[in-house]
Structure formats: structure tokens, C-alpha cells
Design a protein around this ligand. Sequence first.
Ligand code: NAG
Ligand code: NAG
Ligand code: NAG
Ligand code: NAG
Ligand code: NAG
Ligand code: NAG
Ligand code: NAG
Length: 461
Amino acid sequence: MFFLVLFLLISTVCSQDYYTAAVIDYSPHLISSPSELSITLNEFNNFCKIASQKGAQIIIFPEYGLLSQRGLNRDNILPYLEYIPDPKSSTQPIIPCGNIEFKNRTIMKTLSCIAKQNNIVVVADMGDIKPCTNSSSTNDCPSDGRFQFNTLVAFSETGELIARYHKYNLYNEHFFDPSPSVEISTFTTSFNVTFGMFICFDIMFEHPAYDLVLQKVQNFVYSTKWVNSNYLLAVQAQQSWSGQNKVNLLASNIGLSIKTSGSGIYSNGEILASTFNPTFNKSSRMLISQVPKIPKQQMTTIEMSLNIRAVVKESMIPISAIPPHDITIVTFVPELNQKKSIQILANNNNLTCEFSYSGARNHHFHTPTLGLLAFAGEIEGGHQVELCAVSLCNNSTKDSCLEYIFNSGIQIDSFSIKGSYKKDQHMIPIVNTSPPLKQLPKYESPSPIYSIKNLKKSFIG
Ligand SMILES: *[C@@H]1O[C@H](CO)[C@@H](O)[C@H](O)[C@H]1NC(C)=O
Ligand SMILES: *[C@@H]1O[C@H](CO)[C@@H](O)[C@H](O)[C@H]1NC(C)=O
Ligand SMILES: *[C@@H]1O[C@H](CO)[C@@H](O)[C@H](O)[C@H]1NC(C)=O
Ligand SMILES: *[C@@H]1O[C@H](CO)[C@@H](O)[C@H](O)[C@H]1NC(C)=O
Ligand SMILES: *[C@@H]1O[C@H](CO)[C@@H](O)[C@H](O)[C@H]1NC(C)=O
Ligand SMILES: *[C@@H]1O[C@H](CO)[C@@H](O)[C@H](O)[C@H]1NC(C)=O
Ligand SMILES: *[C@@H]1O[C@H](CO)[C@@H](O)[C@H](O)[C@H]1NC(C)=O
């Protein structure tokens, strides 16, 4: 009897410290009419059913999981937009399932019923429409008299709409309007976890994602349709954000192909579960993991495996948001077995990047060429970025440093990457390996100088 009681006590304590989450790396149907939404919604329902059976309490679907259509513009997207009320300003709970007021808002009604029937919190991305007019105080209403927002919604297990977030940092989405003001959206679940929400490109910006971190939000739901570029792979970018902010991140991406895929569940930079589709074929996958309500403590040491396998082969298409010829690339063959620190510099516009390393060893026959990359300027979409990176090159030609090549055979005892970044920039330190490192290296980022230091053992590539 004593043991039984003890066991129950322990299991209660454990289940209170963790929740179970599911994210989908989802390959959407290209829809050509609103009636085809039911195909996607049926699939969503099936995922929820399985996730719920496996004990998941919350499930995340990706950005454009529902609105996947070619050639969208402000007008032809209209049949897919629904008026989404603001749950924060409603005095009554908003439960679209079985509610006559929502009879022609199919997406909201169905998501609400899916959440209720499967007893799971559902987070999904859809489109909101808000008729508007200019007034004496505002003239931000688009000329067609309506705001159209890329919107993340959350429904509780009772089917109640509990949160709504309008995307702030759009990426080439001319059929949507950015939210006129930054929205800080959170919701607290029945299992007593408060989640912050943001979408895709928002991860690169201070507002609203970092505002939520400053408000001590420790758990995040994140929907994305992330196009991988050679220095910004989805999983690694998500992992980095989770580690940098010491928070849990539940990230769901479109699982279309090697170009657009990569989802995961992260706790303070540690990958609890992740998936990446390294092929050109569509596939959907579900990840389920227990997540500690309080993010894991930072690990002080990391062990990187000697055999970092190259999953990604020559078939990978290099995609870059930066015109490759605008990047300064300084190639070098690392000096081996030097105790002293060796510096490499690269300048681009007014940015100086410095890579310092010592104790390099080579495990392959040839010592590979590395490239120090520097870029300061505007990228696609009109955003200003500063980038310092070290990458593995295929050979001594500069352009070959922008390919997807892994497994250099180079081991380095200690290195740092520093940049003369402008003050008060939002920094995103990323380590791209294939497969991703389970844990992030320890970071030291006293803005404006950012560096990775004291790696006991590390490999580039
Ligand atoms: C939905 O129904 C309302 C009235 O209940 C109507 O005004 C509106 O035009 C309908 N919307 C669509 C997309 O059918
Ligand atoms: C609101 O004002 C802006 C700026 O003057 C203008 O571009 C836009 O067309 C106006 N919207 C409407 C609905 O008139
Ligand atoms: C919910 O969590 C907060 C801490 O995040 C804690 O202070 C509070 O006691 C918890 N409430 C319940 C009902 O467990
Ligand atoms: C991708 O699909 C094609 C055609 O369906 C098939 O021949 C090929 O084996 C698939 N590749 C992978 C990696 O699954
Ligand atoms: C690397 O270079 C070799 C020739 O040196 C070439 O055969 C191979 O395709 C290159 N790899 C990539 C990823 O371009
Ligand atoms: C570099 O900095 C100088 C002095 O601060 C400034 O005048 C110049 O416009 C900058 N150049 C670029 C490309 O940003
Ligand atoms: C260098 O690598 C690039 C691609 O990474 C390849 O296209 C080129 O042929 C290689 N050059 C030589 C001389 O091997």
C-alpha cells in the first residue's frame, strides 16, 4: 500500500511538470476552391485524433497549411478569409462549433469542433478579414477598404477560441496586410501553461517575439512556411531561437521538400524532437514529445559527434535571400595544430567580420577550404541584415562556399566569430550541421559583439 501511494504521488508530480505537444511538418493540398478546404480539415482532424490518442494536449499546424494556393492576390483570397473575433475583448466565450453565428465560417467552425471532439488544444494559421475606413485619427486602411491578416488562432479542448495573433513581419505576402500595431498574443491552457504566439518571419525580429520573452513567457507556438537557405535552415533557426531565449518552442513548418521543411520541439536550445524532409518529394510527419513546463537548464558542455553525416547531397539546390555576389567571401585553408589564435577578416560595406581559431586538426586526407562570409545590406523583402558566417567550401572557388556541403573532417578546439554589428540589433546565432546538433553550443553575446567561445570540441560543417 505504501509503495502504491508513493508511486501515485510521483506520477502526479511528474505529469504536473510536463505537458505533451504535437507539431506537424505538413505537406498541404494545393486547393483551387473553398470546397476543397474540407480535404485539409479532414487531415487536420486525423492528425488530432492520433495525437490525442498518444496523449498530446496541444497540436500545432503550419502557416499556409490551410491556405495553400498558387497565385494568390488580395481579391482571389477573399473566399478563404473569415472574420475572426477578438477573444480578448469578448465578454462571452467564443465557441464556433455548433454555433449558428459561425455557420458560414467553415474554417473556424471546423477547427473548433476538431479541438472539442479530440479534446486537444489546436493552433492553426488562417486568414482574417476586417472591413475598415480611414478616420481623422488613422489612415492606414487599405484602399480596398479591408484589412487582410495572416492569423494564428488557438482553440481550447472545449472548442473555445482562446487566442488570435495577426502577423506583423510579412515576407512577400502582398495579399495580406501587416498588423497595424504589434500584437502581444498569449493564451493559458487547462494544463496551466501560458503560450506566446508568432508566425514564420517574425522569428527574425524583436517585435513581437522578443517582447513576449521579456514578459517572461516561456512556451511558444510557432507556425511557419520556411524556405531553407544555405545559412538559415528551418530546424537550426528554430533551435537557435529557443536556445538564445531559453524557452520552449513548438514549431510547425510546411513539409513540402528539401526546400521548405523542418519542424521541431525545443527546450532551451535542446532538440526534443525534430524532422526534416531531405527529398524533393512531399511528405507529412507528426512529432510528439513531452515538454517540461519550465524550460530545461542550459547544458554546460556539448559533445559533437565525429561522424557528422552528410544527409544533404549534391542534389540540394542552393537558395539564398542574399544575392551571392553581394557577399564578401574570404577563403582560407585552416592552419593545423597551432596553439596560438589565428584571425581571418572579411569586410562588406561597413561590417567587419572576424573569425579566430586555434587548435585545428584534420581528419580527412585533404585539408578543406573554409570561407569567412560577410554581408551587410538589404535582402529580399527590403530588410536590412548583417551576416558573419564561416562555411565549408567545396574547393578554392569562392562560390563553392555557398553550397550545401557538410562533413569537413576539421576539428577545432576553440573559435569565435565576431562582427562589428550595429548596436541594439536582434542577433540570431545559428549552427548549421547535418543532422542538427541535439544541443546548442554555449553562446556569449554581449551586443554588439557576438561570439561563440570555449568549445571543447567542435567541427565545422
Ligand atoms: C455569412 O453570413 C452572413 C450573414 O449571416 C452574411 O452577411 C455574409 O455575407 C456571409 N458570408 C459568406 C462568405 O457567405
Ligand atoms: C486610407 O488612407 C490611405 C493614405 O492616405 C490611402 O492610401 C487609402 O487608400 C485610404 N483608404 C481608404 C479605404 O480610403
Ligand atoms: C499555474 O502555474 C503557475 C506558474 O506558472 C503557478 O504559480 C500556479 O500555481 C499554477 N496554477 C495551478 C492551478 O496549478
Ligand atoms: C520520390 O518520388 C518519386 C516518384 O514518385 C520516386 O521515384 C522516388 O523514389 C521518390 N524519392 C524518394 C527519396 O522518396
Ligand atoms: C564539388 O566539386 C567537385 C569537383 O571538384 C564536383 O564534382 C562536385 O559536384 C562539387 N560539389 C557540389 C556540391 O557542387
Ligand atoms: C559606412 O560608414 C560611413 C561613416 O559612418 C558612412 O558615411 C557610410 O555611408 C557607410 N557606408 C555604408 C555602405 O553603409
Ligand atoms: C568547385 O566546386 C564547384 C561547386 O561547388 C564546382 O561547380 C566546380 O566545378 C569546382 N571546381 C573545381 C576546379 O573543381
